[in-house]
Design a binder for this molecule. Structure first.
Ligand code: GLN
Length: 550
């Protein structure tokens, strides 16, 4: 059976949650028994987001095969079970690079190379790669176009998807446009004009949307949906009220309640996808996240703490692990640049656990080291990820190993570079896609906490780093009581460490957050939040209780 396509465009403004919508549509359609794949096309000129600042672009999500991609791929993987690859996300930069490479090779010899047809054909070729045979059976491809309709740079992408309807057949292509219906407080009204204008913009480039997903602060009443339908040339049932939800994992349920999956099926015809949607696992997750009995407080000590998009997958993984422990996770973001020995106790007072996420560059590292020392000495559950693990090694060797000048060679020239550049990275100067990226196997040491948590000896996790624990210090670490609980199969790279005797002190060189799913929470996050909850329960018990008077 042929693949069918849903194209998701955005209008009015960015940050409407288009990626989340595309992901949640994927989840409902998958619940209907379809094989779904999500794809992202980004109109910017970076070849991939690997070199972009998290300040501007949020998290860089890493796939199994080591692509540094947009954070929307994280949403896709959390909502739809199929793991994504390098080819499932591409940018205008990549498209132009391919076209120009081919022009230089002489592939277009004689012709004038133009946006239409050469760039648009390349976009279509890359869409084919992203959804074609290599991906196994695909019933439905949901392809999101980054940016907003009307942007100059997105035009070639819009033109390419416009052509797809003619190429693939009317019954195989559907356009969903995500717009905004703002609520104007002073007037007490929801306004439809921006949506009308944005649909007009899309019409001017030849696309009549089939379904409008209207983002709004509050549910859009029936008469307003009718009004939008009239002005925008769609049926009233094709105007979906995508109002704000307090929990993103409700989206598949909200979309289903509004009949979105049914509309997509009807529009795309055919006999597929008729299975009633199996949404019980989503419902169960949502039920468990409503008013869980416990709340745990986790300090996330990092550099980009004021921007939650920077740690998107991390935040989600913490939420998943919390729900697994019947707990809501309250995050306290601590700016590591503000931490020093004198104020660390104050900043971390009242938290049940401390997490140090991945990061790059020297700024704020000493503050993170103070936080690690505090957690180690005060028996506070600690979880270090990537840079968080490297700094845990530095802290330990400085304060327990007696190497006062221990540091990472990423940050200082020192006689004790306990973290140093991996052999494979020496001589690498180019910045894009050159780190140790993607999934690598790791062997867990018998008798360790890590081995118990995973319940198996061999694991595979995703990486994104250039530095490693310097092999010269492996035995120094172990001699002083730190356990190397995970190593690369050749034994050379430290992948996990832990501190025996501490209630929970676990760190890893990889990024487990990329593999946590609401319906399959990651064991390391579950175990970390369990430790946080246990600490809270224990400290509540030790707190003096008010006297009970008759
Ligand atoms: N900067 C460190 C390295 O490159 C850590 C990277 C990370 O935390 N993702 O090894």
């Amino acid at each position: 059976m042929k693949t069918k396509y849903v194209f998701v465009t955005g209008g009015v403004l960015s940050s409407l949650g288009k990626g989340l919508s595309a992901a949640a549509i994927g989840a409902v359609m998958e619940a209907r028994g379809l094989r779904v794949i999500n794809v992202k096309m980004d109109p910017y000129l970076n070849v991939d987001p690997g070199t972009m600042s998290p300040y501007q672009h949020g998290e860089v999500f890493v796939t199994e095969d080591g692509a540094e991609t947009d954070l929307d791929l994280g949403h896709y993987e959390r909502f739809v079970t199929r793991p994504l690859h390098q080819r499932n996300s591409f940018t205008a930069g990549k498209v132009y690079l391919n076209v120009i490479d081919r022009e230089r090779k002489g592939d277009y010899l004689g012709s004038t190379v133009q946006v239409i047809p050469h760039v648009t054909d390349e976009i279509k070729r890359m869409m084919e790669l992203a959804t074609g045979k290599l991906n196994g059976r695909v019933d439905l491809a949901i392809i999101e176009i980054g940016g907003t309709v009307g942007d100059i740079e997105s035009l070639p992408f819009i033109e390419a998807i416009r052509q797809m309807r003619a190429d693939k057949g009317q019954e195989n292509v559907l356009y969903i446009h995500v717009t905004l219906v703002p609520y104007i407080r002073a007037a007490g009204e929801l306004k439809t004009k921006p949506t009308q204008h944005s649909v007009k913009e899309l019409l001017s480039v030849g696309i009549q949307p089939d379904i409008l997903l209207c983002r709004s602060e509050r549910p859009i009443p029936s008469e307003l949906r009718q009004k939008i339908a009239n002005f925008c040339n769609v049926g009233k049932d094709d105007v979906i009220s995508a109002h704000d939800v307090d929990n993103i994992y409700k989206l598949p349920l909200v979309f289903h309640e509004q009949g979105l999956d049914m509309r997509i099926l009807q529009r795309l015809g055919g006999s597929w996808g008729v299975q009633a949607p199996q949404l019980d696992r989503w419902q169960d997750y949502v039920d468990r996240s409503e008013n869980p009995p416990h709340t745990v407080r986790v300090a996330v000590v990092g550099k980009y703490v004021h921007l939650t998009d920077t740690y998107k997958s991390l935040n989600e993984a913490l939420t998943h692990g919390g729900i697994d422990n019947a707990s809501r996770v309250e995050l306290k973001y601590v700016d590591s640049e503000e931490l020093d020995a004198s104020n660390v106790a104050k900043h971390l007072a009242g938290v049940d656990a401390v997490l140090i996420p991945g990061g790059f560059g020297n700024r704020g590292t000493e503050g993170k080291i103070h936080a690690i020392r505090f957690a180690r000495e005060h028996q506070v559950p600690f979880f270090g990820i990537c840079l968080g693990m490297q700094l845990a090694v530095v802290e330990f060797l400085r304060n327990i190993g007696g190497l006062a000048d221990a540091n990472s060679s990423e940050f200082a020239n020192t006689a004790n570079p306990v973290i140093h550049l991996m052999d494979s990275q020496t001589g690498v100067t180019s910045k894009g896609g050159t780190m140790r990226l993607g999934a690598y196997p790791c062997n867990l040491t018998e008798g360790t906490t890590a081995r118990r948590i995973y319940g198996k000896a061999e694991i595979s996790e995703r990486h994104r780093h250039r530095y490693e624990v310097n092999p010269r210090y492996h035995s120094v670490l172990e001699d002083h009581g730190m356990r190397i609980s995970g190593r690369s199969p050749d034994g050379k790279l430290v992948e996990m460490i832990e501190l025996p005797g501490h209630p929970y002190f676990v760190a890893c060189q990889f990024h487990p957050e990329f593999k946590s799913r609401p319906l399959a929470p990651h064991p390391l996050f579950c175990a970390f939040l369990r430790a946080a909850l246990e600490r809270q329960v224990a400290s509540d018990r030790s707190r003096p209780r008010p006297e009970v008077t008759a």
